[in-house]
Design a binder for this molecule. Structure first.
Ligand SMILES: NC(=O)c1ccc[n+]([C@@H]2O[C@H](COP(=O)([O-])OP(=O)(O)OC[C@H]3O[C@@H](n4cnc5c(N)ncnc54)[C@H](O)[C@@H]3O)[C@@H](O)[C@H]2O)c1
Length: 256
């Protein structure tokens, strides 16, 4: 594969301290981009930069659900790199299987804030920059749970379904400015998050992971962070220059 698909671009990847976000940020760096590894967990974001040792990467702490912190993230990126071409909204939180009547308003709000409001906030502050540049690519990591529900994941499914519709609305709104907005729906993926959807622990949890998640994937294996990174690279790069409003399932067939 070529090594310079993102040469000369600057990207922010949220949730870059772990799982898919880390794989995306590292692949983007490999492909020539300047990359801001943004995460609530600064130590993890820093470790993701250090373990990879790219010259053109920064680790930054941000809570993607807090307006002022997202504004600062965008401003600081501009100060450091002078431009902003790509935003990947990957930070997210899971939901432990919870019947709706047991879900607290606090849990509901937290899931909506991190999985959905974050996309509004990064768009609010990144889009003016991209409009001036007359170019930009936003990639939202939604979920196959946004189109195919599971019981007990009520708030999580709702947050991802809304993220998908927000992607489409922004794609139309921003097309005149040559800003593309796309989303990826990962299927069940082998990251620290997967086990957090389940109650219990130990052997039971491993058993449930297989029963509930692995067995729901027609291709028979969990999705790997790198599978998502390759899809994000395509959507963020000029390979997809005529693609916008697309919701790409990377899910081993789970969404069929
Ligand atoms: N793992 C799966 O099975 C799966 C499936 C479909 C979609 N997804 C989605 O993919 C994305 C990445 O998930 P992952 O599996 O790599 O998870 P992960 O838990 O490995 O990584 C999530 C990262 O987001 C960060 N984060 C959480 N809250 C934050 C906040 N408020 N501000 C900034 N950073 C914050 C965490 O610190 C962590 O580094 C999420 O949006 C998730 O909902 C995951």
């Amino acid at each position: 594969m070529t090594q310079d698909l993102l040469q000369g671009k600057t990207a922010i990847v949220t949730g870059a301290g772990s799982g898919m976000g880390k794989a995306i940020a590292q692949l983007f760096t490999q492909q020539g981009a300047n990359v801001v590894f943004a995460d609530l967990n600064l130590a993890a974001a820093q470790a993701a930069v250090d373990s990879y040792q790219p010259e053109q990467a920064n680790a930054v702490q941000v809570n993607v659900s807090i307006d002022s912190q997202v504004e600062t993230l965008i401003q600081d990126t501009l100060k450091t790199f002078d431009q902003l071409d790509i935003v990947v909204n990957c930070a997210g939180v899971p939901q432990v299987f919870t019947p709706i009547e047991e879900l607290s308003l606090e849990q509901w709000n937290q899931i909506m804030d991190v999985n959905l409001k974050s996309i509004f906030l990064t768009s609010k502050y990144a889009v003016p920059v991209m409009k001036k540049q007359q170019r930009g690519a936003i990639v939202n990591i939604a979920s196959i749970a946004g189109v195919r529900a599971r019981p007990g994941l009520n708030a999580y499914c709702a947050s991802k379904g809304a993220a998908i519709m927000l992607t489409k609305a922004l794609a139309l709104e921003l097309a005149p400015y040559k800003i593309r907005v796309n989303a990826i729906n990962p299927g069940p993926a082998e990251t620290p998050m997967l086990g957090q959807f389940l109650k219990g622990d130990g052997a039971q949890k491993e058993d449930d992971k297989k029963k509930i998640f692995l067995d729901s994937v027609p291709l028979g294996s969990l999705i790997q962070p790198d599978d998502i990174a390759q899809a994000a690279l395509y959507l963020a790069s000029d390979l997809a220059k005529i693609v916008t409003g697309e919701i790409l399932n990377v899910d081993g067939g789970r969404g069929i």
